[in-house]
Design a protein around this ligand. Structure first.
Ligand code: SF4
Length: 307
């Protein structure tokens, strides 16, 4: 490879990473503002598993904190679940190098899961439930006012589709919620971030990744298939996933079928014209490109993935 070509590639990579960095920080900042995730004086417990998503979350929040107009604290928490081969030293070394306050909680949930779940069955569901309970408790002990998780845009869409396909519910993964014990506010600042961007960021920042499959368990097969389908869509129709995410924030209860969300039973004609009302017998413009238009024309979206 010639020196000029090599220099060219390096410069292009630097430009790409600068753009990626700007996009990630902007999207996280936007999600925080849109959902009022972090407020003055908050102590945010960032759950760090050793995977790319939680490393990226901590990394971005650490950077944003330094230039935020409000003051808040961050504390990284890792739950050492005692899976065989878990490299205990990796996270503490990394967190010390970043000068991030941290707490490692050691609880042998691995043995509990192994004891309860029959051989060959998926352990992730029980494992996550146990992890959640422990993290809620730790948040209380540390005085954390928010718990930040590393779920991203693609996790949120996958969950929505999983619930539609297998649960018969239009229920996704919210960017902010109250925990089921009623004591914690959980936030997902990566809600607008694409997983592919997190992969690139993790490689660029050389996070010391610890695989979650140390225990030998695999992700739910259906989730894996949905993930693959979304990856394929993202490759073929670059705006589709962002449009789906926007749709989650743009719900029209009168055009769905939930009788608890819209009073269909009591619906009466008012005699007053409504330009936003249902045209009933016409094709809905929102259903796709007009006849003759290119199928590739994107519907305008609120989220931009360009830097
Ligand atoms: S892969 Fe193992 S450690 Fe990860 S969630 Fe599943 S059971 Fe738990």
């Amino acid at each position: 490879m010639s020196a000029v070509f090599e220099k060219d590639i390096k410069e292009r990579l630097t430009v790409d990473m600068t753009k990626l960095s700007k996009r990630l920080h902007r999207q996280v900042g936007q999600a925080i503002v849109d959902f009022n995730m972090i407020e003055e004086g908050d102590k945010v417990m960032v759950c760090v598993s050793g995977g790319k998503d939680s490393y990226a979350l901590l990394d971005i929040l650490t950077n944003l904190r330094q230039r935020a107009p409000i003051s808040f604290e961050l504390i990284a928490v890792n739950l050492d679940q005692k899976q065989p081969g878990f490299p205990e030293h990796v996270l503490p070394e990394y967190l010390r190098s970043r000068e991030v306050p941290f707490h490692i909680e050691s609880q042998d949930t691995y043995s509990i899961v192994k004891r309860i779940i029959p051989e060959g069955k998926t352990m992730c569901s029980l494992c996550s439930r146990l992890r959640r309970g422990i993290l809620y408790r730790v948040a209380g002990e540390l005085g954390a006012t928010k718990i930040a998780l590393g779920h991203h845009r693609d996790d949120m869409i996958q969950t929505l589709l999983m619930n539609m396909f297998f649960g018969g519910k239009m229920k996704g993964m919210p960017p902010k919620l109250m925990s089921d014990d009623g004591k914690n506010i959980v936030i997902r600042p990566l809600a607008y971030v694409a997983e592919t961007d997190l992969e690139k960021w993790a490689a660029h920042r050389e996070f010391p990744i610890i695989p979650c499959t140390l225990c030998g368990n695999q992700e739910n097969l259906q989730r894996v298939q949905i993930k693959q389908m979304l990856r394929e869509w993202d490759r073929k129709f670059p705006n589709r996933i962002d449009n789906m995410l926007n749709a989650m924030g743009n719900v029209v209860p009168s055009h769905l079928m939930d009788r608890n969300l819209f009073p269909f039973a009591g619906l009466r004609a008012t005699g007053v014209a409504d330009s936003n009302g249902d045209r009933a017998f016409d094709d809905d413009d929102d259903c796709g490109p007009a006849a003759g238009a290119s199928a590739a024309l994107p519907v305008p979206i609120r989220l931009s993935r360009d830097a």
